[in-house]
Design a protein around this ligand. Structure first.
Ligand SMILES: [Zn+2]
Length: 407
């Protein structure tokens, strides 16, 4: 039976969002939390960018050391052979290669540089370069796929498959899709090509989660696995991408959906609150009070009839149990009153005090303390308990983030 997998793009689409950003250490934490949540794959960034290279090396080392569980790490590049050959020596085993496919973009973005045939030729060259370099799986992204002529989209996807691609990513780049249409197009494309079609849905109409679910159902109807792109807290270009936690909750609890899908990833939502609140803190973008699952009001009842009903049986007014979302973070640095912290300008006494207080075993105090200083310098805000724990557990791998200083 075909199954659903998650491919989170917070570390690519999420971090390229205007007016926000994450340090490379912050991006590392995203991969850590994705591993804890059990999603299949993280699109970790742009390996051809000079400032991502130490970060990519650190992630590969962390994954090998087991810091991210079974999470697969993938890189994003343009579907251009030169980008691919510049990236593959870094050791990522999975890639998504992206090129625009709609007439709108061919005419008004490429402006005659590429016609349809040239787009296919560039993409095929990039897929072959990746496969020749030993990349394990390749997804090919049809940017603006939702505005792409269906016949050409099929031709593009078939050429990708023939060149060795494993999936095609259908990008609803401007977020204009609707659930009925995307479901139909996915089912048609996946069965015509015989390969999973990956969702990449933007939220310009507030339908990114609905479209992701509908697209995935289209894959399943065609007998193919489904791959769903998400971002933590729905962050992403403009109005964002499909929210990770909402999409999982929809597939696990949606009427008419939950009982007909099988999720292929070992998901563990007991990290959902910790991840969502960490991400709100790290991106400096507060969670909406009504954010599905993790917002402050997701399980709050005040009005008379609802409160009375919820007191009698919370299932009268709640779709899912709050226990599944795990605990809220209770970070050391959030303590009120007298508190000793550790960070960029701290010393060994404060560092030892905090680590002892958290019950963290520090096998390599000198290196770990320097990393606490450097990571705090890069985030510019107090480190969280999960961050301190990761630093203490994997100092040698994290040192790769700071070549010339520690590595
Ligand atoms: Zn996008």
């Amino acid at each position: 039976m075909p199954r659903i997998h998650f491919l989170d793009v917070t570390n690519r689409d999420g971090v390229q969002t205007a007016r926000t950003g994450l340090s490379k250490f912050g991006k590392t934490m995203v991969n850590f939390y994705l591993g804890k949540l059990g999603v299949a794959q993280s699109e970790i960034g742009f390996p051809f960018l000079f400032h991502e290279v130490p970060y990519v090396r650190a992630q590969v080392a962390l994954a090998e050391a087991g810091a991210f569980g079974d999470l697969r790490l993938s890189g994003w590049t343009r579907a251009v052979a030169g980008d691919v050959t510049a990236s593959t020596p870094l050791g990522l085993k999975h890639y998504n290669l992206s090129i625009s496919t709609s007439d709108q973009m061919l005419r008004n973005k490429f402006r005659g540089k590429f016609d349809r045939a040239a787009v296919v030729a560039e993409m095929v060259g990039a897929v072959r370069a990746a496969k020749e370099a030993g990349v394990a799986t390749v997804g090919v992204n049809a940017e603006d796929g939702s505005r792409t002529d269906f016949g050409f989209l099929t031709e593009f996807a078939l050429a990708a498959k023939e060149a060795g691609a494993d999936r095609v990513r259908y990008c609803d780049t401007i977020g204009g899709e609707t659930p009925g249409r995307i479901g139909e197009r996915f089912a048609k494309l996946a069965s015509a090509v015989g390969m999973p079609v990956e969702t990449h849905c933007h939220n310009d109409l507030g339908m990114a989660v609905a479209n992701s679910v509908a697209g995935a159902l289209g894959d399943l109807d065609a007998g193919q696995d489904a791959w769903i792109n998400t971002c933590v807290n729905g962050i992403g270009e403009r109005s964002g991408n499909a929210d990770l936690v909402s999409t999982i909750l929809a597939l696990q609890n949606g009427f008419g959906v939950a009982d007909r899908v099988e999720i292929g990833d070992p998901l563990d939502l007991s990290w959902a609150r910790r991840f969502a609140y960490w991400a709100a803190y790290a991106f400096n973008q507060p969670l909406a009070i009504n954010q599905p699952g993790v917002g402050r009001n997701a399980f709050a009842h005040e009005s008379g009839i609802h409160a009375d009903g919820a007191l009698k049986d919370h299932r009268n007014y709640e779709l899912y149990d709050e226990d599944v979302l795990g605990p809220f973070p209770a970070d050391w640095h959030e303590r009120r009153g007298r508190v000793v912290l550790t960070g960029e300008y701290g010393g060994m006494a404060g560092f030892r005090h905090v680590m002892d207080g958290l019950g963290v075993t520090v096998a390599e105090p000198e290196l770990t303390f320097k990393l606490v200083q450097l990571c705090n310098a890069s985030t510019g805000r107090p480190l969280t308990d999960d961050e301190l724990r990761l630093i203490a557990a994997y100092p040698h791998q994290l040192a790769l983030l700071y070549p010339g200083l520690l590595a």
